[in-house]
Design a protein around this ligand. Structure first.
Ligand SMILES: [Zn+2]
Length: 157
C-alpha cells in the first residue's frame, strides 16, 4: 500500500562509520608552487581519522516501523565506502577517487555518488545528507546535486 503523505511520519535515520586514511591535497591542474601555496602543509602526505554520517530520509513503514533496516544501511556504507577507503591513501589507492583532489568536499560528493543508487532501491528511501568529519572540528555536509546548487546559482544571479 502506498503510504499516505498526510499521515505517514517521515524520519531521518543516520549511520555513522569511522575510518583512517592518508591523503595529500594536490591538484594536477596547478603548478607545484601553486599547490604548496594553496594547500600549505596539506600538500604533504598525512592522515586523518575520519567520521562519516550517512542520513537516509523516508516514511516509517507501518508494518516494520522502520524507514530502512539500519543493518542494510550499515552493510551498504561499509561495503561501498569504508572497505574501499580505510587504511588507504585516498590520493593514490582508491579507483573512484582518481582525478579528484582528496578534500573533504570531494570525498563527500564521491561517497554520495557511491551510495545514492543503492539507497534509492529501498522503497520510499532517499539519501538526504552525507556529513564527513575530517577532524573533530572540521566537517562538510553534502545534500546532493540539485536544490543546493540551484540556490547558489539563484543567489548569484
Ligand atoms: Zn588532510
Amino acid at each position: 500500500m502506498t503510504p499516505d503523505p498526510e499521515t505517514t511520519p517521515v524520519v531521518e535515520i543516520v549511520r555513522r562509520e569511522e575510518f583512517s586514511s592518508a591523503h595529500r591535497l594536490h591538484s594536477d591542474a596547478l603548478t607545484d608552487e601553486e599547490n604548496r601555496r594553496i594547500f600549505g602543509p596539506c600538500n604533504n602526505t598525512h592522515g586523518h581519522n575520519y567520521a562519516l554520517e550517512v542520513v537516509v530520509r523516508g516514511a516509517v513503514d507501518r508494518q516494520t516501523g522502520m524507514v530502512m533496516n539500519l543493518s542494510d544501511l550499515t552493510s551498504l556504507v561499509q561495503e561501498k565506502v569504508v572497505l574501499e577507503v580505510d587504511h588507504k591513501n585516498l590520493s593514490e589507492d582508491v579507483p573512484f577517487l582518481q582525478g579528484r583532489v582528496a578534500t573533504a568536499e570531494n570525498l563527500a560528493v564521491a561517497f554520495w555518488e557511491r551510495l545514492q543508487p543503492d539507497i534509492e532501491t529501498f522503497e520510499g528511501c532517499r539519501l538526504h545528507r552525507i556529513r564527513l568529519y575530517e577532524s573533530q572540528n572540521n566537517f562538510v555536509d553534502y545534500f546532493g546535486p540539485g536544490p543546493a546548487a540551484a540556490r547558489i546559482s539563484s543567489a548569484s544571479s
